[in-house]
Design a protein around this ligand. Structure first.
Ligand code: KDG
Ligand code: MG
Length: 404
């Protein structure tokens, strides 16, 4: 029987920070998992290095479920982003190893492809509506069938989801103190429907439109937004209210037929139990790397399947290419797939993470290689040392701290 001989954590910053777990076995195989928690990277690195890696050495890498239960129940302290991201990295690394042992891509171990490809959505943003329309057209040219639309709200200095300058990410992570965004729900609510109207006027109804509210509205404000957007038939509105308040969705649901998505900041099946079993949402945004890995997210998706809720996994650029590959394997295999977010990764990330997944006509496919199909170049990672970064915080115009 093979044994785990080494488990180590690599923190690198090829363009942005990523935390990667590398697991080696006595029969010479290597598995990798993503452990990146944007803005809180070192907390997960420590959880792994100081608490989980010492438990992995000597274990049988084939016993994925047993290892998951051992790490989760053995901690006593339940759930939470740090714990569930750390366990996810172990889980994905072990699935990667199991695939390599079997000589099969992970989606084959999960039951095989349940569809031909995984529909992904990209991010179009604009400092004003004309700029958004130009960027939207670029996504259509690339073949995307679904695009998230975010435009700067007039009167607010900075709006979530909009890059402040050409070539910058929309989350301007700051190394000393968090950057500060600004917000006023009244200005946003008056403006948002006009963005959808402009996109539908120019491009019609043959493409899916998505939009992220990023946790900023009260339940009744979110209900109003959902109603106002109904004529433009969004694919979803995401995180309309702060995600941790599951009961808020009862109010939104009672008022609108606009589909609802939530869950990128949630980390376990228990965090979305009410949302799913009361059919309060249409898409669940939990991800492989923040929700306990393939083993746990698969159970969550099975619960969602019973209640007609589909997957719509978080896939922002702060989830590493390993996380994206793992997501594609699960997306391809589950019956209740909805859509997958794909922001892509900018170089020099490609020097560290060698991917083989493909994009064609708005759909992605995981690599048909054994395991997850991402090669992690540890030597290259060493050339990009960790850089401290914070996510932004948000304030209302009167200075009150608001959800970012
Ligand atoms: O790290 C935070 C980002 O992943 C998040 O702000 C992106 O909301 C997001 C999304 O939907 O991609
Ligand atoms: Mg989001």
């Amino acid at each position: 029987m093979a044994r785990i001989t080494d488990a180590r954590v690599v923190v690198s910053s090829p363009g942005r920070n990523y935390v990667t777990l590398v697991v080696e076995t006595s029969d010479g195989l290597v598995g990798v998992g993503d452990a990146t928690l944007n803005g809180r990277e070192l907390a997960v690195a420590s959880y792994l290095r100081d608490h989980l890696c010492p438990l992995l050495t000597g274990r049988d890498p084939a016993r994925i479920e047993d290892t998951w239960q051992y790490l989760y129940k053995g901690a006593y302290w339940r759930r939470g982003p740090v714990t569930m991201t750390a366990i996810a990295a172990v889980d994905v690394a072990l699935w990667d190893i199991k695939g390599k042992v079997a000589g099969l891509p992970v989606y084959q171990l999960l039951g095989g492809a349940a569809r031909d490809g995984v529909m992904v959505y990209g991010h179009a943003d604009g400092r004003d509506v004309p700029e958004l329309l130009d960027r939207f057209a670029e996504y259509l040219d690339q073949g995307y069938k679904a695009v998230r639309i975010q435009a700067a709200v007039p009167g607010l200095a900075k709006t979530y989801g909009v890059a402040p300058r050409d070539g910058l990410m929309y989350e301007p992570a700051n190394s000393n103190l968090p950057d500060e965004g600004s917000w006023e729900s009244s200005a946003y609510l008056d403006f948002a429907p006009s963005v959808f109207e402009a996109v539908r006027d120019r491009f019609g109804f043959g493409v899916h439109l998505l939009h992220d509210v990023h946790h900023r509205l009260t339940p009744i404000e979110a209900a109003r937004l959902g109603k106002d957007l109904e004529p433009f038939r969004p694919f979803w509105i995401e995180d309309a209210t702060p995600a941790e308040d599951q009961s808020a969705f009862r109010t939104i649901r009672a008022h609108t037929t606009t589909p609802l998505a939530v869950g990128e900041v949630l980390n376990s099946i228990w965090d979305v139990q009410t949302l799913i079993t009361e059919r309060l949402i249409d898409y669940v945004r939990t991800s492989v790397s923040h929700t306990g890995g393939i083993s746990h997210l698969r159970k969550l998706y099975s619960l969602a399947e019973l209640y007609g809720v589909r997957s719509g996994a978080h896939g922002a650029g702060d989830l590493s290419p390993i996380a994206h590959a793992a997501a594609l394997h699960l997306d391809l295999a589950i019956p209740n797939f909805g859509i997958q977010e794909y922001m892509g990764h900018r170089d020099p990330a490609g020097e560290v993470f060698r991917t083989s997944y493909t994009f064609d006509d708005g759909h992605m496919h995981p690599a048909d290689l054994p395991g997850i199909g991402v090669e992690f170049d540890e030597a290259a990672a060493g050339r990009f040392p960790y850089e401290p970064r914070y996510l932004p915080v948000n304030r209302r115009l009167d200075g009150t701290v608001h959800d970012w």
